[in-house]
Design a protein around this ligand. Structure first.
Ligand code: FAD
Ligand code: UDP
Length: 378
């Protein structure tokens, strides 16, 4: 009946379903355990008609024209560019740390001296990861790096991941490099924005082909089993392909131990005023239990007398109660993942795509790119 089974109606699952249905004209069943499609990108209108992101702020940004053009078939964009401030020593200053941040936090004479050093050693409009700047041999730059590390990265990372920056793959803190520039934008990608009518509407359009059926509120293991490296669907051997976008450790029943993840608690609050804060996201590296506050109206420019914010409280992931928002990038967990990957390669018609199945800290654009590439290999 179905040519493809897809586990998960997030971005990875919906891109695969859309391609298979529209390009191959084959039948797809998506099995999704939540009560909606869109995975972690899901958004909705709250009780005051404000568009909010249920699972934390999602800003689309990419340098990949192919990905931008692909998604643009399903939505127009609002071209919003994110600005982030960090609450440091009682001031709200631009993040990523840049030349403006330097001048706002340090006394004029040291800021000027350090700016000259940064321009000389790193160069205008260049970026440098904090862990690399900390290895600087120049005494002044080393001082600055330690200062930024303490004020911006150390406590935020401990809160977010439960470990210090050095215990994570360097790519994690490299996401927010020091920027030798006066440009306060959070991302510098060529294409940026949010779907003009929200992510959910974009997802609905992606899966509107009648070749695609979706069952919600169903865990894949209620209907799919792996037995002797064969795929079984509803008790019978399945002849098509299984595209899996859930947790790879769950697929193999945690045979080699659980892969660790970080989770989040989201606390939404509404206010009877037009705006709560200056920009879309304010980071709180040091003094609060939450890492950041997002105010959604900045993303959309919605006119509304009320506003809505969400605070993010990181926490360890517990299989029974939490959503595994972040795979934890480090060598030990990567090696555990590789054991699962090796096992998965024995199953001929199994394709793994997405943040959970590949255990990678992917942004949305990389997930789309991965899915488009894996589609080509079907
Ligand atoms: P998911 O969105 O997790 O989708 C997987 C789907 O599979 C889910 O719907 C899940 O319910 C379902 N599923 C899992 N297990 C089962 C099961 N057992 N049975 C049935 N269904 C199952 N990226 C950006 O580019 N920009 C951002 O600003 C950004 N912000 C983010 C903020 C937060 C707080 C988080 C957590 C992520 C953010 N991301 C951002 C990353 C982005 O969310 C992911 O890249 C993208 O959603 C991954 O898509 P996916 O399909 O791989 O995974
Ligand atoms: N980070 C930090 N302080 C900040 C912003 C980021 O220490 O003010 C570090 C932290 O380790 C974080 C990582 O950089 O997890 C990536 O930040 P990003 O904003 O990309 O996180 P995401 O939006 O993916 O949660």
């Amino acid at each position: 009946m179905y040519d493809y089974l897809i586990v998960g109606a997030g971005l990875a699952g919906c891109v695969m379903a859309e391609r298979i249905a529209n390009i191959l004209d084959k039948k797809v069943l998506i099995i999704e355990k939540r009560n909606h499609i869109g995975g972690n990108c899901y958004d909705y209108l709250n009780e005051n008609d404000i568009l909010v992101h249920k699972y934390g702020p999602h800003l689309f940004h990419t340098d990949l024209l192919e990905v931008w053009e692909y998604l643009s078939q399903f939505t127009k964009w609002n071209n919003y560019q994110l600005h982030v401030l960090g609450f440091i020593d009682g001031k709200k200053v631009p993040i990523p740390f840049n030349l403006n941040t330097l001048h706002e936090l340090l006394p004029d004479d040291s800021a000027e001296k350090l700016e000259r050093k940064l321009l000389d050693k790193i160069g205008l409009n260049n970026k440098i990861p904090i862990l690399k700047l900390r290895r600087s041999e120049d005494r002044d730059l080393k001082f600055l790096a330690d200062y930024i590390y303490e004020k911006v990265f150390l406590n935020y990372t401990k809160k977010q991941w439960g470990i210090i920056p050095e215990e994570l793959d360097p790519s994690v803190t490299e996401r927010v490099p020091i920027y030798i520039s006066r440009d306060d934008k959070f991302f510098n990608d060529i294409y940026q924005g949010l779907p003009i009518n929200g992510y959910y509407k974009m997802f609905e359009k992606m899966v509107e082909n009648p070749n695609i059926k979706i069952i919600l509120k169903t865990n894949f293991n209620e209907v799919i089993k792996l037995v002797d490296n064969e795929i079984f669907f509803l008790g019978r051997k399945f002849d098509g392909k299984l595209i899996f976008t859930g947790q790879i450790d769950e697929l193999f029943n945690y045979e080699y131990d659980e892969l660790p993840y970080r989770s989040l608690k989201f606390e939404f609050e509404s206010f009877d005023k037009e705006y709560y804060q200056e920009v879309g996201i304010v980071n709180y590296p040091n003094n609060q239990d939450y890492t950041r506050i997002t105010e959604f109206k900045h993303f959309t420019n919605q006119e509304n007398q009320k506003t809505c914010i969400v605070k993010e409280y990181p926490k360890p992931y517990c299989r029974e109660t939490d959503i595994p928002y972040y795979p934890i990038p480090n060598i030990e967990y990567h090696n555990l993942y590789l054991k699962y990957l090796k096992k998965s390669e024995k199953i001929k018609d199994l394709i793994l795509v997405g943040r959970l199945a590949e255990y990678k800290y992917y942004n949305m654009d990389t997930v789309v790119m991965e899915a488009l590439q894996k589609f080509q290999l079907l």
